[in-house]
Design a protein around this ligand. Structure first.
Ligand code: AMP
Length: 420
């Protein structure tokens, strides 16, 4: 037997209605905020990610699914969405159509991480990006869309945390100071953090390890090093969130795992997720478009994981209703009935009634059992007797409703009974 690859899961038929429900809310809320959907390929040139996410990040240095294709080109399965969206934005000159472009996506992503609860190797992200606006109001739009999706799904137990990670003017000074300080406390840090001091010092700050957290208690935070422009951007964002009644807390140690962030960084976290507590995260990336060969374009975005949303929803006891309700099961008592229901099924489906019948030539008893197993709302049984008498009966499977209908059947009449 061949099984699925470690960390990659099938979404089975009994789970897919939950996914459809979540995706429907993501589509409808994104469109309510007037974002337009963008779909980019799963496979991209490897250099897109190494140039944008950063060579020293965990994603690029050890997690990407990278391989040579048959033309010896190095290609990579998307580990995140922003780089591809920005590539597409530059390639198709999307900024020329609109000075501020609002895009959203839902897509599988691939990272070869150690699988655990809430961490997979193929997972699904939803995300949104605004390209073209340098203003804090765009950051608030991204954060408020993110919050609206969580709320509309019925989640209540989540917190927004925000920070500013500075820009190309103020971050280098802070980085020098940080590396100095980290070297001073090096012996108290975990091996992983020690190794990050030279490669990716900001990442040391958001280590979840207790040993690191204790050692980092008195470390200088970037907030004290922000330039005027970053500071006022952050203050403006805080004010906008207050005006929108969006609660938040500031965590000066919040940094993100990707190199391209500038100014705003944020995460929505949930206590219900255990160690992988981030539902979603994002921030501003004003330099990325230039870095990828486009015109300088300030931008801000976020991405969230659908698997983690589903875990959080389950923990909060959110019951999903199945959206795929079978309205009508057609059963046949004999060959004549079988021919009749085959045609009737097509009429019903054309009229928008979800309809099912037996494909296995089973006995009447087995067909009725199947109708019950499939949770059909209504049942019609047809045989030679009904066809001769030109009269059928539609019965509610879970109610006492019963109506007789004349042949030739009026599908509209049937529809009105079913939809009552
Ligand atoms: P990131 O792109 O790392 O900022 O991740 C954004 C969101 O995607 C996280 O908050 C998670 O909800 C989700 N996510 C990231 N990596 C994984 C993973 N390996 N498995 C499941 N979800 C993930």
């Amino acid at each position: 037997m061949i099984s699925s690859i470690k960390g990659m899961k099938d979404i089975l038929p009994n789970e897919s209605s939950k996914w459809q429900h979540v995706e429907k809310i993501i589509h409808s809320l994104s469109q309510l905020f007037h974002f337009k959907e963008i779909r980019t390929p799963l496979l991209e040139n490897t250099s897109l990610f190494s140039r944008s996410i950063g060579e020293e990040t965990d994603i690029v240095s050890k997690e990407m699914y990278t391989f040579l294709d048959r033309s010896n080109e190095s290609v990579t399965l998307k580990p995140e969405g922003t780089a591809s969206v920005v590539r597409s934005y530059i390639q198709h000159h999307l900024g020329e159509e609109q000075p501020s472009t609002k895009l959203y996506y839902i897509s599988p992503m691939f990272r070869q991480e150690r699988p655990q609860a809430g961490r997979l190797r193929e997972f699904h992200q939803y995300g949104a990006e605004i390209l073209g606006s340098p203003n804090a109001i765009a950051d608030s739009e991204i954060i408020l869309l993110n919050a609206a999706i969580l709320k509309n799904l019925g989640l209540t137990n989540f917190t927004l945390i925000i920070n500013s990670v500075g820009c190309e003017n103020c971050r280098p000074n802070y980085k020098i100071k940080l590396v100095n300080e980290l070297n001073n406390i090096k012996n108290n840090l975990t091996e992983l953090s020690k190794n990050r001091i030279d490669k990716n010092p900001l990442r040391v700050l958001d280590s979840k390890d207790k040993q690191d957290q204790d050692a980092l208690k008195n470390i200088p935070v970037i907030f004290d090093y922000l330039c005027e422009s970053c500071k006022s951007h952050f203050e403006e964002l805080c004010q906008l969130l207050k005006n929108a009644n969006q609660p938040y807390s500031i965590n000066y140690k919040l940094v993100r795992g990707l190199d391209y962030y500038t100014k705003t960084a944020f995460e929505f976290i949930s206590e219900n997720l255990g160690s992988q507590d981030a539902l979603s995260g994002g921030g501003r990336y004003d330099l990325l478009t230039l870095q990828l060969g486009g015109k300088p374009t300030p931008a801000v975005g976020f991405a969230g994981g659908i698997e983690r949303l589903l875990i959080a929803l389950e923990k909060e006891n959110n019951n999903f209703h199945s959206e795929n309700i079978l309205q009508l099961f057609l059963a046949s008592a004999d060959e004549k009935g079988k021919d009749y229901i085959f045609t009737l099924a097509q009429h019903c489906r054309n009229a928008g009634i979800s309809t099912e019948f037996d494909l296995l030539n089973r006995s009447v008893k087995s067909q009725l059992r199947e109708a019950d197993r499939q949770n059909a709302k209504f049942l019609i049984l047809v045989g030679e007797k009904e066809l001769t008498e030109k009269s059928l009966t539609i019965k509610g499977m879970k109610t006492n409703i019963s109506h007789s209908l004349k042949i030739p059947l009026q599908v509209e009449e049937l529809k009105s009974i079913i939809n009552k």
